[in-house]
Design a binder for this molecule. Structure first.
Ligand SMILES: NC(=O)c1ccc[n+]([C@@H]2O[C@H](COP(=O)([O-])OP(=O)(O)OC[C@H]3O[C@@H](n4cnc5c(N)ncnc54)[C@H](OP(=O)(O)O)[C@@H]3O)[C@@H](O)[C@H]2O)c1
Length: 250
């Protein structure tokens, strides 16, 4: 049977692979035949993800993506023997920062993990030393398009992603690199429980009511990511694929 989302022979870097969307994406991509390199800070949880993957030859690298200057060393290590064919950038943080609490350090913290590190990885991936082309998928958010209280920095970091992928898609097309994002709404992960813990449990009901199809599962996003990575999406670049259970349709 033909599987248009087959990823056999593709080596894919997944950041944020220790939890939530990144973890579920890693598991799905391995079932589709990909060889994975998993990145996040928490090594114990990375090993957990590794143990859930199908197939052999996967690897993990415990790395803090806020160390921008060391990302090149990380990529050199990852690509020592073999290049990459794709990147999933799912690492992200969503601290609540009300306007009076905004300061440069908080801006830098959020932008570094959610956006700057993504751009640094894209830059390196586009060099022949690290890939011969491929597909890049960033995990953005409906927060790129719709605001919520305390999220001005988070929303800005996600809008930066969606702004950049369009320009990157144009600039990197001649290198055979496609660049897209997925745009999830509220998905049942640790990040959502952290946010609702802060805002109160009743906030979860409010959030759920705003999504016609209810809360999403990490697999709902992983499926969209796998599609964008695969050759089934070979004519899609510079797109932001909304995976939101109808949140933005209203
Ligand atoms: N859940 C939602 O409702 C939702 C909605 C829209 C968009 N998103 C986006 O989806 C992505 C994944 O989020 P999630 O919901 O799966 O959250 P999650 O379960 O909290 O996962 C976040 C991941 O990011 C990694 N990470 C955070 N800071 C890092 C750093 N400095 N260096 C390396 N890795 C780092 C974490 O790993 P370590 O802690 O091990 O480093 C973890 O693997 C994020 O970009 C988020 O903004 C989520």
């Amino acid at each position: 049977m033909i599987n248009p989302m087959e990823l056999t022979g593709k080596r894919i870097l997944v950041t944020g692979a220790s939890s939530g969307i990144g973890q579920n994406t890693g598991i799905l991509l391995s079932k589709l035949g990909a060889e994975l390199v998993l990145v996040a800070r928490n090594n114990e949880r990375l090993q957990e993800t590794l143990s859930m993957l199908n197939g052999e030859a996967h690897a993990s690298v415990s790395f803090d993506l806020s160390n921008i200057d060391d990302i090149k060393d990380m990529m050199d290590y990852i690509c020592m023997d073999k290049k990459l064919d794709g990147v999933v950038y799912s690492a992200g943080i969503a601290p609540i920062v009300p306007v009076p609490s905004i300061n440069y350090n908080k801006m830098l913290e959020i932008m570094t993990v959610n956006y700057f590190a993504f751009m640094e990885i894209v830059k390196l991936f586009s060099k022949r030393k690290y890939s011969n082309g491929g597909s890049i998928v960033a995990v953005s958010s409906v927060s790129s398009y719709a605001g919520w209280r305390g999220a001005s920095l988070y929303c800005g970091s996600k809008a930066a992603i969606d702004g950049s992928i369009r320009a990157l898609a144009i600039e990197l097309s001649n290198k055979g690199i496609r660049v897209n994002s997925v745009v999830p709404s509220n998905i049942k992960t640790k990040m959502l429980s952290d946010v609702t813990q802060y805002a109160g449990e009743e906030e979860l009901d409010v959030i759920t009511a705003r999504q016609p199809l209810g809360l999403g599962n990490p697999d709902d996003v992983a499926n969209a990511i796998a599609f964008l990575l695969s050759d089934a999406a070979r004519f899609i670049t510079g797109s932001s694929l909304v995976v939101d259970g109808g949140y933005l349709a209203q």
